[in-house]
Design a protein around this ligand. Structure first.
Ligand SMILES: [Zn+2]
Length: 342
């Protein structure tokens, strides 16, 4: 399904410009980067998560290392890059669309304009400003705080995710609800594990793939066991024959990847240490991952093998996911499998 706006860009000749997807005009200020003490050292960004630092498509917006004493992405922004925040309406410009969109920022005073990447939602309406720009962008446009700026995302913007975003009907929550074109595969049985906790509001940004190194029965039994020396769980367990069991709701955090549980979904695959995925199991896993990526707007690059998950911090690491995805125990192997199958 496409929105009327997109249809116009498709059907009309280039000369008949379609109305912009987004446009505001008003006062601006600057934000982001190591010297922005208006944001806390831990403050994040509405459009990006720490795993995005691994993605070359987004990494260039950020400094190579966090400024000393900070852990949030807002202070890690590279102030020389051209980025901005506006109070986007996610029903018109979904978060997923904005992550790959390019806005045009125009200074009506001197007629200068530049392209910039949306990174955050803001500024607070109380500021009576319509946009916050990177210091580098403000400088190149000759703008100082409270000058007037016009921000637009043209209908013809080179937005990588535009076709996907326009599938969404007006008013739908991006990536959620019933509009997922990849239905959730059938769950054979939901067997609630006591080993789960709240995500505390952490968004789901990663899928972590595991090898059980044991049978289906012993895995499910282990996941039903509270306490003991190793209380664990995963959201899903996929048997060799492709049957999918669920033991923790997606909305909760399962205990499968120490240090990275809050923002991830864990999928176990029944296999021994030297086994590859069985064919029906691989099909079921790919279908489940496809559903999860769409449902939670997770980039394909954020599907990790257990041992290679950003934030995973169990001392000594793990041999998991073993040889499930190929003969070499590496994230490159997992990524290649995802590329070929999901
Ligand atoms: Zn594992």
């Amino acid at each position: 399904m496409k929105t009327p706006k997109k249809k116009q860009t498709v059907r009309k000749p280039a000369a008949a410009a379609a109305p912009p997807i987004f446009q505001v005009e008003g006062r601006m200020s600057t934000f982001g980067g190591p010297d922005d003490h208006g944001v806390s050292p831990t403050e994040g960004l509405a459009l990006f998560e720490p795993p995005d630092l691994q993605d070359p498509k987004y990494a260039s917006l950020f400094l190579p290392a966090p400024p000393p004493g900070t852990s949030g992405l807002a202070r890690r922004l590279n102030p020389e890059k051209y980025y901005l925040a506006c109070r986007w309406d996610y029903s018109q410009t979904p978060r997923k669309f904005l992550r790959d969109a390019v806005a045009v920022v125009f200074n009506p005073e001197n007629k200068r304009s530049a392209q910039a990447r949306p990174v955050d939602w803001g500024p607070n309406v109380d500021t009576k400003r319509v946009a916050d720009l990177s210091p580098g962008l403000a400088a190149v446009l000759g703008l100082n705080t409270d000058n007037i700026v016009r921000v637009s995302i043209p209908a013809s913007a080179p937005a990588i995710a535009a076709p996907k975003a326009t599938r969404m009907p007006k008013g739908a929550r991006p990536g959620h609800g019933t509009k997922n074109p990849h239905p959730k595969p059938v769950i054979k049985k939901f067997v609630q594990s006591p080993n789960h906790s709240s995500r505390n509001g952490t968004p789901i940004t990663m899928v972590v793939l595991h090898c059980t190194e044991s049978s289906l029965d012993s895995t499910l039994t282990h996941f039903q066991t509270a306490g003991g020396t190793n209380p664990v769980s995963a959201h899903y367990v996929i048997d060799r024959n492709g049957d999918i069991y669920q033991t923790v709701a997606d909305s909760d955090s399962a205990w499968h990847c120490m240090g990275a549980n809050k923002g991830s979904i864990g999928i176990e695959h029944v296999a021994g240490e030297t086994d590859a995925l069985d064919r029906p199991q691989a099909r079921a896993s790919a279908a489940l991952i496809r559903f999860l990526l769409e449902q939670y707007e997770i980039p394909r690059s954020n599907v990790f093998g257990h041992n290679f998950t950003p934030g995973y911090n169990r001392p000594g690491g793990t041999s998991c996911p073993d040889k499930l995805f190929g003969p070499v125990h590496s994230q490159a192997t997992v990524a290649a499998w995802v590329q070929a199958n999901v």
